[in-house]
Design a protein around this ligand. Sequence first.
Ligand code: AVI
Length: 321
Amino acid sequence: SHLQRQAEPPEADTAPWSEFGRAMQAGLARTPRNISPKFFYDVAGSQLFDRICELPEYYPTRTELGILAACAGEIAAQIGPHAEIVEFGAGSLTKVRLLLDALESPKRYLPIDISGEHLEAAAARLKADYPALAVQPIAADYTMPLVLPAPMAGAGRRVGFFPGSTIGNFEPDEALAFLQLAARMLRGGGLLIGVDLVKDPDRLHAAYNDAQGVTAAFNLNLLRRANAELSADFDLDGFSHAAFYNAPMRRIEMHLVSRRAQSVQLRGEHFAFEEGETIHTEYSHKFTVEGLQALAVRAGFRVGAVWTDPERLFSVHWLVS
Ligand code: AVI
């Protein structure tokens, strides 16, 4: 309203920041510099991620889909009839379709995603293909506690679905906190979670350093986003993509490396970079089957079945809550 507009601060640079703006400013002020990988996923970043999933070097997506397709019957038998599926960060609806097709009369699908508009559209398409299924999208940040709707009459188990090894993008303490939250939310049911496995470092390196440079574009898109949304002045040619496997920590690390000494402006504040100085943008932790199971037990789950591909690149775990 007019009144609200008058009450706004007169200077643009004292207006409230978006969450991305606050995170970027705080991340640049920190030593070493970093920012959460959740900010990769604006529209352009989500499209780049979809392209990553198709790359020959990026094995996780197609390997997980292969496991879900091959083991759908066994997975459905663990879950049982009339289940309610809660998906955390419902990106690709291809994966949940494999699950829904195998389940015996699934009752309801509750996809949770922070990007509400995208979610509504995806949910509408799914609803059209599964007329007997209740589809109820929830626009929320699934890393925060949230109250799920009460189970429907006659519903079977409430089952969480967290594919893609997204858990690997959390810091270890965040991963534990997420699993604890999920265990509480899914009491009496379980969690079906996809987790990338420790493997040959060359294979891992290639998956995050693809020949076409899509992963590099995905990483650098963060700076393009900061320029577009926050009026920052990052020179996109002044930074390069770096991704490497940190073997002792069992994780891929992605960074943006300053190619020269330079200064970057964000809302009137200047941030000096030395040549070679980095912004850390992502961890992608890799697990052993036993390591993931130990973490799940600490979070309050009981370990159920685990399915892997013949090469043991990727794993899908049934965790009972
Ligand atoms: C979404 N997440 C599990 C991906 C991963 O492999 O950690 C994101 C990604 N980053 C670079 N390539 C893909």
